[in-house]
Ligand binder design. Structure first.
Ligand code: CMP
Length: 143
């Protein structure tokens, strides 16, 4: 399997619940490397643009409100099959459908407030990484 990069966000509810360390522990325990990271508060226009693909969905306005409600932690994860590994760690979007032991099954309150975001494929991963990080901000391991 190829080495990949994926974009991950610990959403405002995850930060509020003090889960940054727990989520990072799970990334590292599964062999994913954090190669870029930033805490930030998304502006409305950033959240709208990031989730533009959902613009026509009934939950879009609420999603933007939620994603701007508090700080998030954004990171690039690198590793073998990183995109699917991160999706497996997160579990299904709806925590009621997420497999036991996944981040969303363990910590999420609802399909909207679901603690983490992860890219869903290689094209989205490339777009989402470029949305938050320049090439110079990505720091692959040198040792
Ligand atoms: P995420 O994986 O970041 O992708 C889009 C987000 O929209 C999703 O996680 C949830 O936070 C939210 N979302 C997806 N489906 C719904 C839904 N049916 N109702 C409310 N929010 C949703």
């Amino acid at each position: 399997m190829a080495t990949e990069r994926t974009l991950s966000i610990i959403k405002p509810d995850g930060v509020q619940k003090n889960l940054i360390g727990e989520v990072y522990r799970r990334f590292e325990a599964t062999g994913l490397e954090v190669v870029a990271a930033r805490m930030m508060r998304l502006r409305q226009d950033q959240a709208e643009q990031f989730y533009a693909v959902h613009k026509e969905r009934p939950f879009y306005a609420d999603l933007v409100r939620y994603m701007t409600s508090g700080p998030v932690v954004v990171q690039v994860l690198e590793g073998e099959g990183a995109i699917n590994k991160n999706r497996e760690l997160m579990g299904a979007t709806d925590p009621k459908k997420a497999a036991a032991g996944t981040i969303r099954a363990d910590f999420a309150d609802s399909i909207e407030e679901n603690v983490v975001h992860g890219s869903d494929g290689p094209d989205t991963a490339a777009q989402e990484i470029a949305f938050f990080f320049s090439g110079a901000e990505i720091c692959p391991r040198t040792r």
